[in-house]
Write a protein that binds this ligand. Structure first.
Ligand code: UDP
Ligand code: MG
Length: 312
């Protein structure tokens, strides 16, 4: 008998949470009948510092249903909520499924994930096969993002976000990655283990607003790039080398023209070089600064989240 815990991160999800809890419990009960699952299988909701009724809704569900919950002392972000949920779940569960609270990821597909698990997969990734619920901008930018990451050598599974099943062993392996700049979907392929995919249709949010406005989404993408690749620094190095070489050529050129008495008062060329090189330098410093900043954050070893309450 394997115990399944479904981990649900939630930030201000009062509009959907009651439905989500009912739906997940119903699905889990069906699964318990169909697969060799522990009847104690449950749901773990992580309240990521919500300011609405989210916590009250969970507390109420806890009294009558197999629902456990963690409450963060403030908002620590979606990725940290997932880590906390997986860590807590792995103390008692044999397998963990993570799914968003808004049910955009089809919870019915958990059955297929379980099937793959019982056939030997330790990680089963939910991969969406449509993007029509996204607006043109999100679709295009996300496409570019996956292509860019691939180009600089980060292996991501396109259209897989944080809907996945993991065995306890895979979760423990994942928890050994201690970095603070979290981009979970980038770490999963690094784990190895037998991995399978389940395709699903992503639907619009059941209710409520997206908790990922554009600025947060871009910050997340930037973390994905700079936490997994030092390609930007290498590009800087390349351009730095090129600029230095051009600098030497320019130096020789000016020297020779001066010696030959062909003094050219090239105002424009001077301006261009100052601006181009100045720009490149500032850009380079900015990118280097980003990596330095990341190092600063990592060496502090701050806790990734703080728990205010835990209802078992
Ligand atoms: N979420 C969270 N903390 C945050 C932001 C989001 O726990 O700081 C949760 C949110 O409640 C939801 C999931 O993460 O369950 C995904 O967020 P959302 O659906 O708003 O993102 P989108 O699907 O719009 O990208
Ligand atoms: Mg969503």
């Amino acid at each position: 008998m394997k115990k399944l815990t479904i981990v649900v991160p939630a930030l201000n999800e009062e509009a959907v949470l009651p439905t989500t809890i009912q739906r997940l419990i119903r699905i889990e009960q069906k699964l318990i009948k169909k697969y060799p699952l522990d009847p104690q299988s449950n749901i773990l909701i992580v309240d990521d510092g919500s300011s609405d009724q989210t916590w009250n809704i969970i507390k109420q569900a806890h009294q009558t249903q197999p629902v456990c919950e963690l409450k963060f002392s403030r908002n620590f972000g979606h990725q940290n909520a997932l880590v906390a949920g997986m860590k807590t779940a792995s103390q008692t569960a044999d397998l963990v499924v993570t799914i968003d609270a808004d049910l955009q990821d089809d919870p019915e597909k958990i059955a297929e994930m379980l099937k793959q698990f019982f056939q030997g997969a330790e990680i089963v990734l939910g991969v969406r096969n449509n993007r029509d619920t996204d607006q043109w901008f999100k679709r295009t930018s996300s496409n570019c993002f996956y292509k860019l990451l691939n180009l600089i050598g980060v292996k991501l599974i396109p259209n897989h976000a944080d809907f996945r099943l993991m065995s306890k062993r895979a979760v423990l392996a994942f928890l050994a990655y201690q970095e603070r700049n979290l981009f979970i979907r980038g770490l999963i392929p690094l784990l190895g283990f037998k991995t399978a995919k389940v395709y699903y249709r992503r639907t619009p949010r059941l209710a409520g607003q997206s908790k990922y406005p554009l600025a947060k989404m871009l910050a997340f993408a930037w973390d994905g790039i700079t936490s997994f690749s030092i390609a930007p620094v290498k590009i800087i190095l390349f351009f730095g080398g090129l600029a230095s070489f051009l600098g030497i050529v320019m130096f020789l050129y000016s020297l020779i023209t001066k010696l030959l008495g062909l003094t050219i008062h090239g105002w424009s060329s001077l301006m261009i070089s100052i601006w181009v090189l100045g720009g490149l330098q500032m850009l380079s410093l900015g990118i280097l600064g980003e990596y330095l900043g990341k190092i600063t954050l990592e060496v502090k070893h701050r806790p990734r989240y703080l728990i205010e309450a835990y209802l078992k």
